[in-house]
Write a protein that binds this ligand. Sequence first.
Ligand SMILES: Nc1nc2c(c(=O)[nH]1)N[C@H]1C(S)=C(S)[C@@H](COP(=O)(O)O)O[C@H]1N2
Ligand SMILES: [Mo]
Length: 357
Amino acid sequence: MNSAAFLPPLPEGAERSVVIGRSPGFHLKPPPAPAGLREFITSDAQLFETIHMGSVEVDAKRWRLQVDGLVRRPFSIGLDDLRRLPSISVTAFHECFGSPLVPAEGNLWRVGNVRWTGVPLAVLLEQAQLEAGATHVWSDGLDSGEFGGRRMNRYRKDLPISKALSHEVLVAYEMNGAPLTRERGGPARLVVPGWFGTNMTKWLCRLSIQDRRANSPFTTDWYNRDSEHEGKVIQEPVWAVEPNSMITHPAPDDTISTDDVEVKGWAWSNNGIGGVALSADGGATWQEAEVRPRREFEWQQFAATLALPRTPGPMSIVARARDADGSIQPLSGTRNTAHSVQINRLLSGPKTADTGT
Ligand SMILES: Nc1nc2c(c(=O)[nH]1)N[C@H]1C(S)=C(S)[C@@H](COP(=O)(O)O)O[C@H]1N2
Ligand SMILES: [Mo]
């Protein structure tokens, strides 16, 4: 590693001069419906985008990432030098939690699966040399503006140091082999595989090592939720992704005239999928799908030939994933509610009594 690449910290605020364009206001590019997400790798065109306060255009030539706080060697680094550091690629599902203001009562499937390339955050933290007492990494984005009735001069998130040091967490500069676009957070963003998209700060300009959680609307006011631990409900940051899934085949309103149907889809969770069960009779009986073993943080394909009840007309197929610890998707009411697809069952011939002859 070339230590000459590292300059003293920039004075507070100086990094802001690299912003050369702004599109103020909330921006959401919704994903296609599940039946439109049949590819293992989601293209940039098909991948959702969520931006709270507006996107920024960053001058990549002048951009620098500052690393400071509880470190012995604070530094800043430009894009060319960042690209010369050891890099890795990680394929990971990428999921948005949904609005931090209005809790989702149904599934948004704001999700995709992409390959990120960048420098492990651990490499940068090692270069900076953490001091005793470091517990959190605060990450700042160059975007500013208004969201949820508040004005903010920075997007700021935090990560506990244990996750920050995990090998899969990246300061990424490429997605699917191409430089990050403006909307994706170029020239560099945080990527936190297994955790919700909100933690993955775009237009990254600063990593600050601290001994507590960041006091920002995006950390302590929003993006926390109730979680049950040993019978007690506590508030927990929106971090690890719970089991979720979606059916990609068949598509809604497909007409099925055979006695069984090929069902396929994707399932994902922070700690991997333990199984996916399918039902075509409203949950009276369940059939286990084949699930592709997990690699890296990819979403996992499930597939099964599902026998259909011999009743004509509309009929629903439900997929229910559980994670490696057995935690299972609820059938209603939550942001990870099990997906149900309605098809039309056409009987090819009149039902004949089976006389066994
Ligand atoms: N700086 C900054 N980073 C951000 C956001 C933002 O508004 N500003 N949105 C977050 C949210 S909520 C999500 S889900 C992901 C979305 O990443 P994508 O738009 O590239 O899919 O970016 C996260 N990083
Ligand atoms: Mo999000």
